[in-house]
Design a protein around this ligand. Sequence first.
Ligand SMILES: Nc1nc2c(c(=O)[nH]1)N[C@H]1C(S)=C(S)[C@@H](COP(=O)(O)O)O[C@H]1N2
Ligand SMILES: [Mo]
Length: 390
Amino acid sequence: MRVPRPPRLPRLPRLPALAPPTFSGRLHDARTATSLGRWLGAAIAVCFVTGLTSHYLQHPPGWLADVLPSRPTWGYRLTQGLHVASGIAAIPLLLAKLWTVYPRLFLWPPMRSVRHALERLSVAVLVAAAVFQLFSGLLNTVQWYPWPFSFVPVHFAVAWLLVGAVVLHIAVKYPEIRAHWSRRSPGTLELPAADGPDRRSLLTGVAAAVGAVTLTTVGQSFTPLKRFDLLAPRHPDHGPQQLPVNRTAAAAGLAGVSTVHWRLTVLGKDSYQLTLDELTALPQHTVTLPIACVEGWSKSADWTGVRVRDLLERAGARPGSAVRVVSLEKRGAYRVMEMGSDYAGDPLTLLALRLNGQVLSLDHGFPARIIAPNRPGVLQTKWVTRMEVM
Ligand SMILES: Nc1nc2c(c(=O)[nH]1)N[C@H]1C(S)=C(S)[C@@H](COP(=O)(O)O)O[C@H]1N2
Ligand SMILES: [Mo]
């Protein structure tokens, strides 16, 4: 008996052979990578140095706490503004650089030697650390923390990893970088572009992207450009009393503060307590100082209140004393703050009661808050109730 043949199925189209793609053209070559790399390197260097400055101003080790200077008054504002601006500018630079070099992902064979394998591993660390730093920093500026770890220590640790990986990368690539650093270097013969966009167009496009993201965000701390602040999470003018608020009283668990029951307690050799009326009756001073938030916005304001050094002196503190300040806030990382002697003794450092001529709003720390020069915003403690001479 004959078995009937199964009907013929139509043939599947043949899959293309799995060959690594080939890349030609000057936008993926070493000269383009070098051109972008030096700008990216410069942005990372500025970001790292300003980040370290910011970190040690916010978390000084014991030996540093009393020697940190309270001047220049705008110091922290400048370093923090540069940190966030250089980090934002690095994002388009990193994306362009990754695009320029991504053909190397398809290198065949993927590893030629132990040395080559180590080199690729170091690039993997470099790329991962750079992506992590820029995006965790960007998300921090919008106060979005979609991760289980705490931002500051991890961002700080990966910064060292990133800088180490950058230094290693520059060392490994040094011969190539040197060969392609300047247009006149040997080996970078400028051929007329055969097809496609040329290098200059790419670099101009990247420069325009960097300019655009900078211009539309830098006004959050560099207020002369605040009109162009379209993309930053904060606008320096938006908030009660023309000043942004990072943590509202509601978020800090404070529904209100009773002026009848509130007291300022100052602990020292001669501890004492003051009611709000008594505090208001002390000599008042007005200073112009910025709040410079670690999340990237800064805004200057006029603050009126009592000098911290006068309050400490009254408690019998010796000149050069440091102080611990405690907020009414029940919990939260910024409830207790310590201030080195340079800040505590600075005539500009106030326990402020008024902001831009008005009594502090509850969100700005009513009835009393710290304002000090050259300090991170997180240490400008709001809703102060106690000060302890240290
Ligand atoms: N007690 C207390 N003080 C605080 C905070 C806080 O969470 N709790 N936030 C700080 C932060 S992060 C900043 S940037 C400034 C902002 O001050 P402002 O809200 O008055 O602008 O307050 C600081 N003072
Ligand atoms: Mo802040």
